[in-house]
Design a protein around this ligand. Structure first.
Ligand code: ADP
Ligand code: MG
Length: 650
């Protein structure tokens, strides 16, 4: 059996189970072995039946003396019986598993693990873990530390464990150590094969801790090696060495409606230098919300186009792609530059040779249209993966295009340097001058009405516009119909409260044309209030909007709240962010209060790290900056060590 084999080669894994495993992202034998328990139960204490104490978590071993199906008074189907050893008898019971009387009939030797509770005045086990005792076989589910797997896809821990055990018994030498001995010794790592064994079937707490550390190390090491390999490949590639027409660029910058910040000027220099190199640029531009990344990318685009090459600008949402389309159109207003918008399967009109393709991931299916690609710009990179960038890069027939990736997600230095070593980093650490800091208020539930009154008066007196953002009902990436229902009901409520004003409703399930119309109406001030799901999170630019009201703000992470807040405060008027919450816990208020005191995305990211603790580095995990399965982005020590090793190995 090889690590790359499909799980379908395992006994008892037919199309049905294969599908269930696929939902856990388990496709291969290796995926299965790296699908690790999310907690462990300690069933290692084995006792005589006469010594069983209520409330203790223990294991007993004995013979089943009886087991039968029975209907309880409340109509539940129950399997009840007894186990005995030389010291006594104890009741065992399960619910809704009528087949059990056949799988473990009277006479079966069995181990039972769980917490004993009272039943008819005596100790008993309800729904315990159990397994048959067979000569010469170790127990997997009882009498030891037992791994419990997340059971989301309708796969029981017990089933998973038996498939993993079978795999380990048949894996031959495919888990042999691949690291040099000196490295294992120097960093006190556990042997690879032992780590895989121990993570699923640990003998002691220490053994799974060490196993997990080793597997986390492997995961980080692999990512770093991949990044280094990408860099090596990139450095061997030929690209179009561009020339910078200084006069054209200076004229363009002079004609902008604002003066570039020093930070923007510096970053533009870094990028233009890259473009004149003969190896392709691969640069990550990070800059807080509103730091002005778009215009920087427009300058890079201009240089590329002046060299007779094409540009692709990919954004994560239709709304954002549309907005970029408008922004780029107005920035290039006086130049003969042809811009195409591609957000669906159909292309609206044929405009002949295109200079800039702007769009969503729909661009990935339209690579045939690109003739001479010189530059790829990817906005809000956390929503795309390396693979998607590769599809675009490969679409270029001869020479490799330059790549500029932009993100508002602050990436801690250790991660940027080690994990993204194939990219050069530019940072916009300045917000354009003249911006008035946004006032952020935490609004307790009893002040809700006052807040609505205040918003009404702001609209009446100053013609203000407000966003009202509702969270998604469930923690999922995509919007569901439930979310639409929730946002609609808020919308209806608010229509009553703000009956004198015009309200719009925006959510992800609307047709593209409908979304555009609503956003357009909002931009043109035909609407006073826009009620929306977090689809507005990234990038939307409506300078006249000055109020951001966030419902159930405790449901969002700090980085996401910061992104949402960044939707206002873009013009020259005082802007406000109102955080509503019904959750009054200390932790929540500490987190939300942080937003009222700082406006720096970088500070908030650091704070989120300290408040939430390891494993939940916001803005990374939540924004899916490459999701880690076993390691944690906050484990800087392991990141450093694995980076040292990666450098030695490459
Ligand atoms: P982000 O970095 O979040 O993508 P944008 O590129 O959308 O930011 O820019 C935010 C707003 O700031 C836009 O309205 C843009 O026109 C404006 N802007 C960009 N650079 C400057 C500048 N140097 N001075 C003033 N406003 C600027
Ligand atoms: Mg942006």
């Amino acid at each position: 059996m090889k690590l790359t084999d499909s799980v379908s080669i395992l006994p008892f894994v037919g199309p049905n189970y294969e599908g269930k495993l696929a939902r856990l992202d388990v496709l291969t034998i290796e995926d299965l072995l790296l699908h690790i328990p999310n907690r462990y139960l300690d069933f290692s204490k084995v006792t005589d039946i006469s010594n069983v104490k209520i409330g203790e978590i223990i294991t007993i071993v004995g013979n089943i003396s009886s087991l039968k199906n029975q209907i309880t008074k409340s109509g539940k189907r129950m399997q009840i019986g007894q186990v005995e050893d030389s010291t006594g008898k104890i009741t065992i019971a399960w619910f809704n598993q009528p087949f059990l009387i056949y799988t473990i009939p009277a006479g079966t030797k069995i181990a039972v693990s769980g917490e004993a509770s009272w039943f008819a005045g005596k100790p008993a086990f309800f729904s315990p873990q159990f397994e048959k005792i067979e000569e010469g076989k170790d127990t997997l589910h009882t009498g030891r530390l037992v791994g419990i797997y997340s059971e989301t896809a309708g796969l029981s821990s017990k089933w998973l464990k038996s498939r993993i055990k079978y795999t380990l018994d048949n894996i031959e030498n495919n888990l042999d150590e691949f690291l040099p001995k000196e490295i294992i010794k120097k960093y006190l790592l556990v042997d690879y094969k032992k780590a895989i064994f121990d993570i699923h079937f640990p003998e002691t707490v220490n053994s799974y801790v060490k196993a997990k550390e080793r597997l986390a190390f492997n995961e980080l090491l692999n990512l770093q090696l991949e990044a280094k390999r990408r860099k090596q490949i990139l450095q061997k590639k030929k690209t179009n060495k561009l020339t910078v027409d200084k006069k054209e660029v200076d004229d363009f910058i002079k004609n902008l409606p604002f003066k570039l910040t020093n930070s923007q000027t510096k970053v533009v220099d870094e990028i233009l230098t890259d473009l004149t190199n003969d190896i392709p640029m691969n640069r990550l531009l990070q800059g807080d919300v509103g730091s002005g990344k778009t215009v920087v990318s427009a300058i890079a685009a201009l240089v590329t186009i002046l060299n007779g090459l094409q540009v692709v600008l990919m954004a994560p949402t239709q709304i954002l792609a549309n907005q970029h389309y408008e922004t780029i159109n107005s920035l290039f207003n006086n130049l003969k530059i042809r811009i195409a918008l591609i957000t669906g399967t159909k292309i609206k009109k044929d405009i002949g040779r295109v200079d800039i393709f702007i769009g969503t991931h729909a661009l990935l299916t339209k690579t045939k249209l690109f003739e001479k690609l010189g530059l790829i710009v990817i906005d809000e990179q956390h929503k795309f993966g390396v693979k998607q960038t590769e599809i675009l890069t490969k679409s270029s027939k001869n020479k490799s295009p330059h790549i500029l990736t932009m993100t508002a997600t602050p990436i801690p230095r250790t991660i940027a340097l080690n994990m993204l070593s194939d990219m050069d980093l530019s940072t916009l650490n300045e917000i354009p001058i003249g911006r008035i800091p946004i006032k952020t208020w935490l609004v307790p539930n009893e002040k809700r009405k006052n807040a609505y009154d205040w918003i009404g008066s702001q609209i009446k007196e100053f013609g203000s516009q407000a966003f009202v953002v509702c969270p998604l009902v469930e923690d999922s990436e995509k919007e569901t119909m439930k979310d639409v229902k929730a946002v609609k009901s808020t919308f209806i409520e608010l229509e009553h409260i703000f009956s004198k004003f015009k309200l719009g409703l925006l959510h992800g399930k609307l047709k593209e044309s409908e979304k555009n119309k609503i956003l357009d109406d909002f931009k043109k001030k035909k609407l006073n209030i826009l009620v929306t799901t977090p689809v507005v999170e990234v990038g939307i630019d409506v300078p006249n909007a000055t109020i951001m009201l966030i419902e159930a703000s405790d449901r969002f992470g700090l980085a996401q709240l910061h992104q949402l807040r960044g939707r206002v405060g873009r013009g020259d008027k005082q802007s406000y962010c109102l955080l509503f919450t019904e959750n009054e816990s200390e932790r929540v208020s500490q987190r939300l209060t942080a937003l009222t005191t700082t406006s720096s995305g970088f500070e908030l990211a650091e704070l989120d790290l300290s408040l939430r603790g390891p494993g939940e580095v916001l803005g990374i995990k939540q924004h899916g900056f490459g999701n880690l399965k076993i390691a944690s982005w906050s484990d800087t020590k392991l990141i450093r060590i694995s980076s040292e090793v990666a450098n030695k190995l490459i």
